[in-house]
Design a protein around this ligand. Structure first.
Ligand code: SF4
Length: 160
């Protein structure tokens, strides 16, 4: 952790001195929270969500992003429970699933998900916050809350 913090400091200094942008590829959301201004979430070769750091962490729109956020370990978690994880395995990129690539692992999938969702903005107040999911905003706000925090439900949800 100490070395990681030193490297992130170094990157920040280089960014300020050079004025350049940095693209950092990571699965570590702690690193993302520490250094990123904008975040692009990718799944199986496609961008599934993109927005500012605040948009992604506080108002995530895609179930895969919910799963990533829900998998973060917390010091106040119940230690007798298993750590949350996204069920299933990443798909083969040689034979990806039809439609939404996250469909086989998504507990909220429904018939429309066999079509490829477009990357689009659905929030009028945040036109650059885009995601690739067919669920409407009201359903997303309801489904992303798992045990009082943002996460991905382990069991299939009843989606009407
Ligand atoms: S609800 Fe459908 S479109 Fe949205 S992430 Fe799940 S499978 Fe993909």
């Amino acid at each position: 952790m100490t070395i990681q913090a030193q490297i992130l400091d170094e990157l920040r200094q280089l960014r300020e001195q050079s004025g350049a942008g940095i693209i950092l590829v990571t699965h570590d959301l702690g690193v993302v929270a520490d250094i990123a201004d904008r975040v692009v979430v990718m799944y199986a070769g496609r961008v599934v969500e993109q927005g500012t750091l605040e948009e992604l962490f506080y108002d995530p729109q895609h179930p895969y992003t919910w799963g990533l956020l829900g998998s973060i370990t917390r010091v106040d978690s119940d230690r007798t429970l298993r750590l949350p994880a996204i069920a299933g395995m990443p798909p083969s990129l040689l034979r990806p699933p039809q439609g939404c690539h996250f469909r086989p692992r998504c507990p909220h999938a429904f018939a429309k998900c066999k079509e490829i969702p477009p990357l689009r903005a659905t929030l009028p107040a945040a036109p650059e916050h885009v995601d690739r999911c067919w669920l409407d905003r009201e359903r997303k706000q309801r489904l992303r809350m798992v045990d009082g925090r943002i996460g991905l439900a382990a069991e299939p949800a009843v989606v009407t």
